[in-house]
Write a protein that binds this ligand. Sequence first.
Ligand code: NAP
Ligand code: MG
Length: 477
Amino acid sequence: MKKMLIGGEWVAAADGRSIPVVSPSDGVAFDAIARGGSAEVDLAVKAARAAADGVWGRFTATERGRLLMKLGQVVAEHEEELAVMEAKDTGKPMATARNDIKVLSRYFEFYGSAADKVHGETIPFLAGHQVSLVREPLGVTAHIIPWNYPAQMLGRTVAPALAMGNAVVLKPAEDTSLSAIRIGELALQAGLPPGALNIVTGLGEEAGAALAAHPGIDFISFTGSNEVGTLVQQAAARNAVKCVLELGGKSPQIVFDDVDVERAVPIIVRAIVQNAGQTCTAGSRLLVQRSIYDQFVGRVAQALSKVRVGTPEMDLDCGPVMNPAQLKRVQGYIQRAKDSGIQVLAEGTVQSGAPAGGYFVKPTFFGAVPRNNALACEEVFGPVLAAMPFEDEADAIALANGTDYGLLAAVWTENAGRLHRVAKAVRAGQVFMNCYGAGGGVELPFGGTKRSGHGREKGLLALEEVSTTKTLVHFHG
Ligand code: NAP
Ligand code: MG
């Protein structure tokens, strides 16, 4: 059983409870994690506060940066071990897991190298006064992350918080806590002082809810579903705690009649198949100008029918979905769409030899999906692509903006004016033009509009979210 990291010590749940760790590739439990609850969250928040007020709080920006860059290096040295662990825990192909660990390492490197480049400002004011604006850490930051990219999500949210000098309490997803625990060990090895990073594993409604509601935290970053995001923001509101929410998406690929087909097709297929569609930024809506609709979706169907699903060791295009609930959810969307007569344009295949107990779903491509259908509006969080025709630029923009979400969008056209007009009109936190970037890109500020959430992670903007300012006014005469 894997223990939790609190104040630099490895501890079990006070009541000894644990949660089995199940492999999505075969449905078999192979390990267990501690089931922490409000008691452990309380200890972790206190340990974080002690670190923020103690040794960790006295680290200079340069020392913090150096330590994080060293951690990035240590992670890189353990890439294969961490990738095998992550692949077993999530079911994702080895190549994807290796990339996830590279991105994790890069987060520590990026924010480590940024730590001592955060400067203040001076402000012109009354005669005889010197005013400076200094940037300070928030104190204790709480982070709740989902199961789709456990290692990447940890890096994305924890690295900037540590870089700014906050002390962190992390609650990983109950399905995927193993890499977080190992990263906790590596962080201590790299020299992170006790209490700077605390990891409480457990159930969302126990450990997660206790963390979000804890009066001792100064900030919360939540990545996950809209339902839980709302609960987290309500809990944060009660303590007047700042909150960053990274929620769901229904991101459109907007394809005009002058698209570079050869370039677009493989990228569009990958954007929905990657991580078995369990990516907040999955390109799950394919909007195609009517004049090329049949021809273009035909090409996508051809490519998607070649997609193969299997275990991490098979290392194919994608793995299983995360858990039985997710399997039921995704299969439900596919079945309801089929039952209502929506045309299946293509399906991928589950590789023969994939274990019968694994949570495998055939990637499925639906054509001419009605605009008010669930597949056109709701986040499936699985490898399901919905194609819809549009008439012209105005119709494309209306269709692209026609969901509750606004996370990513992509525009595909060789007309530069149209690229920028559409990019400006689409409501999304990131817009890709003749390319697509689901995940990765640690340098690129990222986050939602509308119900996809608020606040920004990634890039240098993340450092502003996890810090505050103090205005110093000095009368010197
Ligand atoms: P989820 O059910 O909302 O869980 C996310 C995290 O919240 C997990 O650690 C979960 O713990 C915890 N949690 C559950 N109930 C809680 C509660 N009552 N109070 C506090 N914490 C609680 O989401 P998921 O199913 O893991 O992830 C899928 C969703 O995440 C999708 O909607 C996806 O779009 C979104 N997502 C968004 C982004 C983004 O950057 N915008 C990135 C990735 C995923 P347990 O695991 O123990 O339940
Ligand atoms: Mg697991």
